[in-house]
Design a protein around this ligand. Structure first.
Ligand SMILES: NC(=O)c1ccc[n+]([C@@H]2O[C@H](COP(=O)([O-])OP(=O)(O)OC[C@H]3O[C@@H](n4cnc5c(N)ncnc54)[C@H](OP(=O)(O)O)[C@@H]3O)[C@@H](O)[C@H]2O)c1
Length: 264
């Protein structure tokens, strides 16, 4: 991995500059995605359509598309990683790896009756995982510099707590959704319990809080870009799901909101 990076970049300054550019480009893409999502839903799951390519089996799609988010960072952190001995960097990398180990190695094999993923959605997710995996973990393992007492400062403590709360909400909510279906079923039911008592997009709320907390703890343009991208994609999905539930189920709980409990 070291040899590849040395061929790609003439110096560390150049690589750091490219990492910054990638972050700004991700923010720009978040804005473009925001505009696009005013007109279409990201086409997978209940919004899957054959217009976006041939169907890829849902477990294979999630496993393969998320795998680079763990394999590339592993390769990066096992090769040259100047900052890996620093505690703040270690803890932030641990947060990233906890999430993506669950997402790529556990989540795909628990899915029940999920719709096949259109090839274009699968390919875009695959590319995003390479892009974001490199961006987050290369910065944290090789460049990010924190004061020695960073882990005791309010930004880090608050951000880490938010990350943990968000991760728990995300995993718990995905667990509730999965258990709505008996083996072999593929239809939809009204989710109840946990944060679903308050919002239709409970799993998305969890993930948004998770990466917002990560960005607060990491305090970098790179983590902020990822948090913004996640917010754009998942808030749109939560709103679409909420409208979809209201149209499909007459007895859908009226007090339930789309994404923010009691508010929206
Ligand atoms: N960081 C990011 O940018 C990002 C982007 C996308 C997703 N994610 C995360 O990936 C995970 C999955 O996302 P997703 O968009 O696939 O979530 P989703 O639309 O809520 O679907 C999750 C799973 O639950 C099933 N399901 C959903 N609602 C159901 C209901 N009412 N009754 C029965 N089954 C139901 C779905 O089946 P069907 O396939 O049949 O609909 C699918 O298998 C979430 O944790 C999300 O936060 C993160």
């Amino acid at each position: 991995m070291d040899a590849i990076l040395k061929k790609l970049f003439s110096s560390e300054d150049e690589e750091l500059y490219i990492l910054d550019c990638l972050s700004y480009f991700m923010m720009f893409m978040a804005f473009v995605t925001f505009l696009a999502l005013l007109f279409v839903n990201v086409p997978y799951g209940r919004y899957a359509s054959s217009r976006y390519g041939f169907p890829v089996h849902v477990t294979i799609a999630w496993f393969i598309q998320e795998l680079p988010a763990i394999l590339l960072p592993l390769a990066l952190t096992l090769s040259s990683c100047a900052k890996i001995t620093h505690l703040p960097n270690q803890l932030l990398l641990l947060m990233y790896f906890c999430h993506y180990t669950q997402r790529s190695l556990v989540y795909p094999f628990l899915i029940r009756g999920g719709k096949a993923t259109p090839f274009i959605s699968f390919a875009l997710a695959f590319v995003f995982c390479i892009y974001n995996g490199y961006l987050q973990t290369r910065y944290l393992s090789h460049y990010a510099e924190y004061p020695p007492d960073w882990v005791t400062r309010p930004y880090f403590i608050t951000g880490s707590c938010l990350w943990l709360i968000g991760w728990i909400i995300n995993i718990h909510s995905d667990h509730i959704l999965r258990n709505l279906r008996k083996p072999g079923e593929t239809g939809y039911k009204i989710p109840r319990g946990g944060m679903f008592n308050y919002v239709s997009g409970a799993n998305f709320l969890g993930e948004i809080v998770e990466w917002a907390g990560f960005a607060l703890a990491a305090h970098s343009i790179h983590s902020a870009a990822f948090a913004i991208f996640t917010l754009v994609v998942l808030s749109s999905r939560a709103i679409s799901h909420h409208k979809w539930y209201l149209a499909k189920f007459e007895d859908y709980p009226k007090s339930r909101r789309a994404l923010i409990p009691f508010v929206f």
